[in-house]
Write a protein that binds this ligand. Structure first.
Ligand SMILES: [Zn+2]
Length: 174
């Protein structure tokens, strides 16, 4: 297992629309890849990690999310391959961050309830309805796979401030 380098804001792969995964082609290297992604996500205390955040052009992401609000609740892992949001509802403005922009937090508007269609780590098609943090994570990760970042969703009036913070934080990123 290995903790991988997480790509940071400014790396062109974060702005790329990623290639659909051919599951049977990826399958032989998937277990090791997922182990590495999970270890990386845990090491940086992330909720999710998209493939381009470790430099890979693959439409897939891993999400590690607590099963409840309780402290030290166990984590549930979602591997979402070729995901697609097929329905969304509600709207909420909430603070968000990203492993590729460490230290930056900003409020963005997201749907509160989404239905995601995806292929799981065993190659099985799934349809999952999610609310709360999981719904937020699904949207955040699908955006990554389309080359979008959460800062794109920030209210335009706050963008100059976001730019300023990025400029200040950037020298600390590797
Ligand atoms: Zn992110």
């Amino acid at each position: 297992m290995a903790v991988l380098h997480v790509t940071k804001y400014g790396d062109p792969i974060l702005r790329q629309k990623l290639k659909p995964v051919n599951y049977s082609e990826l399958a032989p290297r998937l277990p090791q890849l997922l182990k590495d992604m999970e270890e990386t996500c845990l090491a940086v205390h992330g909720v999710g990690l998209a493939a381009n955040q470790i430099g890979l052009d693959l439409r897939m992401a891993l999400i590690l999310i607590p099963v409840s609000d309780e402290e030290n609740a166990p984590l549930k892992r979602y591997v979402i391959i070729n995901p697609e949001i097929i329905a969304k509802q509600g709207e909420k403005l909430e603070e968000e961050g990203c492993l590729s922009l460490p230290g930056l937090w900003a409020e963005v508007k997201r749907a509160t309830d989404v239905t995601l269609k995806y292929v799981d780590e065993h190659g099985k098609e799934q349809v999952k309805r999610a609310r709360g943090l999981l719904a937020k994570a699904f949207q955040h990760e699908v955006d990554h796979l389309d080359g979008k970042l959460f800062i794109d969703l920030v209210n335009p009036t706050l963008k100059p401030e976001v730019k300023k913070v990025i400029k200040k934080l950037r020298p600390k990123w590797d």
